[in-house]
Design a protein around this ligand. Structure first.
Ligand code: BV8
Length: 255
């Protein structure tokens, strides 16, 4: 994929790069995005209708089993060339802040450090009453469907995935760090996200208003990429990100 030289130079010369990733970066690892229809048993549900406290209160087994299915997909998935390109970008850029909306842990498994996981981690489990992390998932090696979620060993309340559901607040420290980075960076990479879910979706406009150059990596047309400081790499993340890192630092050591 051809990367315009002015874009490669902006990334190379940036003092601070922010990368915000969404479900699209993990699509090529085999994990369905939120916009895609879900498969099999889950095809008749909308994620927005299952990823809520109300859905869990109404039918805790259904919600627990949906996440058990998603954990089984995550266990079978591997990071892809786009995740690894961001590991290399962090090695070459003056500074990279990596923020993800994904709950699949693939950035950490690829070797990225200090990942800001705005929406939590589907492999982590917490008490639905106390909020304390209780990794019963490891106590349940299989992701088989259960009649009811496991219960907290301390208080007996149901356990739930340690993810941020719709209607729940994001971890304030993570959101604050992400917002500060978006407001101060020189280049903001938006990778594989539809920009529908807030407050994560407010980070790109914040970066643009703060004077950063914005690079959208998405095979679909994206609103707002006609701005004079916006670039749209209309390709998959596994095609665009390795090409961007290679173009920015080609011939400057291992990329
Ligand atoms: C909150 C974890 C308040 C769970 C998720 C304004 C301000 C604040 C809130 C709101 C607001 N407006 C509306 C809201 C409410 C709501 C919201 O945003 N609703 C949407 C539907 C309109 N927001 C919330 O509820 C948030 N909470 O604000 O609480 C509050 C404050 C104080 C006190 C109490 C409450 C919480 C939002 C977090 C929800 N949790 N995930 C789980 O995963 O089960 S969100 C979940 O959906 C994902 O994490 C992700 O963030 C989102 C899906 O978005 P994407 O990642 O973008 O994925 P998507 O499928 O949409 O797009 C994929 C893209 O990739 C596509 O564009 C596609 O073209 C592209 N693509 C495909 N293949 C590739 C590719 N790109 C590159 N390469 C490829 N190969």
């Amino acid at each position: 994929m051809q990367i315009p030289e002015p874009l490669a130079r902006s990334v190379r010369d940036a003092r601070h790069v922010v990368a915000l990733t969404g479900a699209g970066i993990s699509a090529e690892s085999g994990l369905p995005t939120f916009r895609e229809a879900q498969t099999g048993l889950w095809a008749r549900y909308r994620p927005e209708d299952l990823a809520t406290p109300e859905a869990f209160a109404r039918d805790p087994a259904l919600v627990w089993n949906w996440y058990a299915w998603r954990r089984s997909l995550v266990r079978a998935a591997e990071p892809n060339a786009a995740h690894y390109a961001l590991v290399r970008l962090a090695q070459h850029a003056a500074r990279l802040t990596l923020i993800t909306q994904n709950v699949d842990g693939l950035h950490r498994r690829a070797g990225s450090a200090d990942v800001i996981e705005l929406h939590g981690d589907v492999m982590r489990t917490k008490c639905s009453r106390e909020g304390t992390v209780v990794n019963a998932v490891d106590a349940h090696p299989s992701d088989d469907a259960l009649e009811a979620p496991p219960r907290c060993p301390r208080c007996g309340a149901y356990l739930r995935p340690d993810v941020v559901w719709f209607g729940e607040a994001l971890p304030s420290a993570s959101l604050e760090t992400a917002s500060e980075a978006a407001a101060r960076c020189d280049v903001f990479l938006s990778i594989g996200t539809s920009g529908i879910v807030f407050p994560a979706a407010s980070l790109l406009p914040l970066a643009l208003e703060s004077g950063a150059a914005v690079v959208v990596v998405n095979p679909e047309p994206q609103p707002g990429t006609d701005h004079e400081r916006a670039w749209h790499l209309q390709a998959s993340a596994t095609e665009a990100l390795p090409a961007l890192v290679e173009a920015a630092w080609q011939g400057r050591g291992q990329v």
